[in-house]
Design a protein around this ligand. Sequence first.
Ligand SMILES: [Zn+2]
Length: 487
Amino acid sequence: MGWSLRQDSQSSPRSDQPLSKACPSNWRSIHFGSRMPVDQEHSKNTEPHPSAETVRRRAHKARLYPSLSQEAALEGQGHVARAVWNLLHEWYTCREGGIAKRPSIAEIDRQLRDARLEPLPGWEWLGGLPAQAMQQILRHYLRSRDRWFRGVAGAPRFKQRSSKMSVDIPQAARLNIKRLNRRWGKVQIPLVGQVRFRWSRPLPGLSRDCPGRTTGARLKRDSLGWHICFRIEEPAVAATSNPGPPVGIDRGVVHTLALSDGRALDMPALLTLGEQRRLLGLERKAARQQLARKRGRNPRQIKPPISRRHRRTVVQIAALRAREARRREDWLHKRTTDLAKSHGLIAVEDLRVANMTRSAHGTIQQPGRSVRAKAGLNRSILGMAWGKAERMLTYKCPLFGGMLVKVDPRNSSIECARCGHVAKENRVSQPVFRCVACGRLANADTNAAQVVLQRGFTARSGATPGCGGTAREARAIVPHREPLSSR
Ligand SMILES: [Zn+2]
C-alpha cells in the first residue's frame, strides 16, 4: 500500500483556493502569509510585517457553551484534525516503508482536498472537518517544523487521543458573531452551527468604541470544555512614557513575587480546602485503579484497557487541575497588569526556568542526589509560574509605556543592596539578611529585589557595573513589534 490518499491522479479544479495558489514557490511563504498569526519568535529573525507599527494583534479567549449534539460534532472535528496532523507527521517522518520522496506541499494539499471530497472506502470521516481547517493543519504542521529547525521549539510529535484538541476557523467572515445580551454571544461554527459563548469583553466591530477587526478564530478544548480564541487586529496606540517609579522583582518560592519597595505578592491557595481534599481522594482512587488495571491484566496484552470508571476519575482530576491552572493564570494576569501599569521600569532576574526545573534524577551510572526534594522544589517553581509572569510582563510593560529589563541573577540573594558586599554569610536564614560588611538588616527577598533593581539601572544606562559584574549580560527586553516608548 502506498501513502497516497488520492483516488485519481487527475484532480478536477476546485472552487476553493488551493494552498499552492496562495503560496506559490516555497513553504516558507506559507508561514508568513497574512492569515498566519505571527508569533514572537518569527519577528526575531524576519523583517516585521509592514503594518506592524499600526496594527496590534491580540487574541481573545471565550468559553463556548455548545449543546450536547454540538459538542459531539466539535469532538468529531477535533479528532479528525488530530488524525490529519498524525498523518502529516507520519508522512514527514517515515523515511522507509512507503514513500521514497515526500510529496511537495502543493501536492500534499491537493491530496488532502481530494481525499476529503472523494474519500477512499473507510476514509469518509475526513469529510467531517471543513476544508479550510484542514489546510490550516498543514500550515501549522509546517510552521512547527520550521520552529523546530530554527531551534525555538521541540520537534513536532504525534497527537494522542488524550491531548488537547484544536480546530482552526481561518475565515472571519464565516463566524457571523452576534451579541445576544449583556453576557452572551453567538458564533457560527462551520459544520456545527450557532454556538453560544460567554461575552466577557468588547469585540471589534460589534461593541461601541472598539475599533479593529476579527481575522479568524481557533477552537480549543481543555479539561473544562471548549473555548474559542478570536484573532483580533486593532490599531496600535503609541503609549506615552510611564512616569511610575522603578521596581525590582525577586521571584521566590516563599513569596511568589517580592518587590524592591518591600511589598510581597503571594499567590493564594488556588484550590479551596474541600477541593484539595477531593483532589487527594481522586488521586488515591486513580492510583488504586491503576494498580488493579495492572494486576488484572492478561500477560499477552501489551496495554490493558482502561476501565470506564478509571477514565472518569482521570477526567475529574484533570478538571480540578484545569480549574487550578485558570485561577493561577487569573492571579498572574491581575498582578502583572497592576505592575506594568504603575511602574516605568521593571527589573527581573533572567532565570532559565527550564534549566532550573530539570530533574535531579541523573543517569543509571550516576544517579542524582536528593531526587525527591528536587522534584518537590520543581513542583513549587512550576506552580509559581515564574516563566508565565515574565512573559506577561514582557508584552504588558510596553503597552503601558514601561520597560522590562532582565538582569543576571548571579548572587542576587547574597549580595548586599547597600554596600554590594557578596558573601554567603549575609544570608542568616530564609527571611533574614544581615550584611557582614555594613551590618544592614533587611528582609532577604526585599534585599534581593533591590539588588535586581540596581542591576536593572546599570543595564539600562549601559554604564560599567559598580559591583557584581552584571551589566554586560543584562539586557533590555524588546518584545516583538511593540515600539519602545520614548525614554
Ligand atoms: Zn552591606
